[in-house]
Design a protein around this ligand. Structure first.
Ligand code: C2E
Ligand code: CA
Ligand code: CA
Length: 644
């Protein structure tokens, strides 16, 4: 209803204007018609104002108003017109009310102002009141319209700017809110992560102490580990640097620990280590520190001043203590150890070197027969280094085929015919030449290579028997050395039996040379193994007789076929009367046991003659032949065959 009020009022206004025009008889007809048409057109346009842009409607109305007033001015003497126009004006104003309240106030103000001003000056100018009012109103409206157009323009410009700024701000706001959302999401994520971190942190803290304990402690025995020991040495060095107070490090390596580990199992080995460390700890000075370096290696850091004699007494006591039998399960075992002592600052300046020096001294103690103590000496270093290098090279040498075998003839004392050969292992180290088996065999035993090495020599001997049979049509016997360490390995019997079977050699063509050391420890067990070997078909020879127990009485118990008198006896033949008698009686006595006698290391004809006279069965030595390589051996055999 309200929306219709404006248009209705406008129609009324248009009608009034048209009537007003026609009332003016003095106006030319053309002005009346065109004025009426114009107003009608304008008002029809205004009718549509709701569909027009707001401001355009406003302008059109203002123009309509202007023309209306102009027409009034032209016919101002007509009273009636003025009354009509007042009505029109009010109508227009009211219609404008619907559009813009402010403009309505302006117009109202203009009407009131014009009326007031007119009241004031129409007597002065002696014109009619309505004339003055109409004129003033016209001027005021003109001013208002111009002002409204100008301010509107300015307002629009400001608005445009504001809108642009607003749009910009809106975009920024949107960006910001997007950013805010992102931040919020991140924050939540961070919060979750933080919670996780806090959780981990507490867990880490809980483990920290345990880790620190583990980092410096040997898990098996609970004593300090290598790291801790080295740090303690460094600390001691720092403390004593000024005053140069000496202190000592004792390197302890258990003898034959590997054997116990291999034969009784790892848990027995662990048990043994725990018992050993407990024993040492109980006997140690309270100021000293026991640590485990790894495996069966321990060390005692002597953190006080002590003389060499005191040190020796102290460590000897520890060594003796270790020698007492230990209980492993239901078995009683005896473990010995080798001790190496190094002194700071005499033997080394830093912790690493001190440990190395003590290690070197220990190595020397091992070499000198184990179960002993050695102080470090500067010369040890080169010697030990050489040994260590050999050890390392030996592992490779086996793969690089640097080993080979020579065969030394053993001849019949009566006719000097070769009855058998002794297989002797050789190692040619590139750039160094031959290394003596007396040097590398003990090393091979120590690093556990002797089993493989022994089997390898046996295999070569078997191949040699076949080779000679095929090429020279001769049957030969070869004696192979078996080390005591090799023979005590649990897989010894199976190993050699399978080699002999694989190579297709009759066991009767082989002799195994063993030494008396085989019987040390468990004699019954050794005899059992030897019996089994004999049952298999090989012959057994007791090597180096005279260097070990050399007791003729126990020979009776041993199931041997051959006895080899050691070179040391042979050397002294014809030089010492007493020696001659001993050799003579050995041969006699051994013969009485139905054992074949071989004399080793015969270098002189006098020795040969003596042995022959004493009925020694076979002779081996440089006098008759040095150990032979493949070609020389074949030549030697051919010569023998052709002599027949
Ligand atoms: P062995 O079993 O007593 O071997 C005899 C050693 O005496 C050999 O030394 C041989 O070359 C040397 N020989 C022989 N006749 C004479 C002589 O007239 N005068 C002198 N001075 N020496 C003579 P080689 O080859 O140096 O072997 C040393 C030791 O190494 C051997 O002593 C043996 O115990 C060990 N060996 C050698 N080959 C093997 C092996 O394959 N396995 C094992 N387990 N030990 C081996
Ligand atoms: Ca031998
Ligand atoms: Ca020998």
């Amino acid at each position: 209803m309200m929306a219709m009020l404006g248009p209705m009022l406008l129609i009324a206004a248009a009608v009034s204007v048209s009537i007003g025009f026609y009332w003016q008889e003095s106006l030319p007809r053309i002005v009346k018609v065109s004025g009426t048409l114009f107003f009608c057109g304008v008002f029809i346009l205004i009718l549509l104002y709701q569909k027009l842009p707001h401001r355009l409607a406003l302008h059109l109305m203002s123009i309509a108003l202007l023309f209306g007033l102009l027409a009034t001015y032209l016919a101002y003497y007509e009273r009636l017109t003025f009354i009509f126009w007042m009505i029109i004006l009010i109508m227009i104003i009211m219609s404008n009310m619907m559009i813009e309240r402010t403009l309505f106030y302006y117009m109202l103000f203009a009407v009131v102002l014009s009326f007031g001003v007119s009241l004031f000056y129409y007597p002065v100018l002696s014109v009619q009141m309505d004339q003055a009012f109409t004129f003033t109103l016209l001027v005021v409206f003109l001013f208002i319209i111009v002002a409204s157009i100008v301010t509107n323009r300015i307002y629009q410009l400001i608005l445009q700017k504001k809108t642009a700024m607003h749009a910009k701000a809106l975009i920024q706001n949107e960006n910001l809110s997007q950013l805010y959302d992102d931040v919020l999401a991140h924050q939540q994520q961070l919060k979750a992560q933080n919670e996780l971190l806090v959780h981990y942190n507490s867990e880490i803290e809980e483990n920290q102490e345990r880790l620190e304990f583990l980092a410096y402690t040997d898990t098996l025995t609970g004593i300090p580990n290598r790291k801790m020991l080295l740090e303690q040495i460094e600390l001691l060095i720092d403390l004593n640097r000024e005053n140069s107070h000496r202190f000592a490090l004792v390197f302890i390596d258990l003898d034959n620990f590997k054997k116990i580990n291999d034969s009784m199992g790892h848990s027995a080995g662990d048990d043994l280590l725990i018992q050993v460390t407990t024993r040492l700890k109980n006997a140690m000075h309270e100021k000293d520190l026991l640590g485990r370096l790894g495996g069966d290696e321990l060390a005692v850091l002597i953190r006080r001043q002590i003389s060499d004699e005191g040190l020796l007494g102290y460590t000897q006591n520890l060594l003796n203590l270790l020698g007492n039998p230990l209980k492993l399960g239901d078995k009683s075992v005896i473990i010995t150890a080798s001790f190496g002592i190094a002194i700071w600052p005499l033997d080394a300046k830093n912790s690493g070197d001190l440990l190395k020096a003590a290690d070197t001294a220990m190595y020397k103690a091992k070499e000198l027969g184990k179960n002993s103590i050695q102080f470090y000496q500067k010369e040890m270093k080169t010697e030990v280094l050489y040994k260590m290098e050999l050890e390392n090279r030996m592992l490779e040498a086996y793969e690089k085929e640097e080993f080979f075998v020579e065969y030394q003839p053993i001849v019949n004392a009566l006719d000097k015919k070769t009855v058998s050969f002794e297989a002797l292992l050789r190692w040619k180290v590139p750039g160094r030449g031959l290394v003596s088996p007396a040097e590398f065999i003990p090393l091979a035993e120590e690093i556990g290579l002797i089993g493989e090495l022994g089997e390898w020599v046996l295999r070569q001997a078997c191949k040699k028997i076949i080779e000679i049979r095929n090429s020279l049509k001769m049957e030969i016997r070869i004696a192979v050395n078996v080390s005591a360490v090799q023979m005590k390995r649990p897989d010894f019997l199976e190993g050699i039996k399978s080699v002999i079977r694989e190579e297709g050699v009759s066991p009767e063509s082989l002799t195994f040379e063993i030494t008396e050391s085989v019987f040390i420890g468990n004699m019954e067990q050794a005899i059992e193994i030897i019996k089994e070997l004999k049952d298999f078909g090989v012959m057994i020879s007791l090597d180096d007789f005279g260097t070990g127990y050399s007791s003729l009485s126990y020979l009776m118990q041993l199931p041997i076929d051959v006895l080899k008198i050691d070179r040391s006896f042979i050397n002294s033949i014809e030089k010492e009367e007493k020696n001659n008698r001993i050799v003579g009686s050995i041969i006699e006595m051994v013969h009485s046991l139905d054992i074949h006698v071989v004399a080793e290391g015969v270098e002189e004809i006098l020795q040969f003659d003596f042995l022959k006279a004493k009925n020694c069965d076979s002779i081996q030595g440089y006098l008759l032949s040095r150990p032979l390589g493949d070609i020389a051996m074949a030549a030697h055999l051919k010569e023998q065959r052709d002599q027949k």
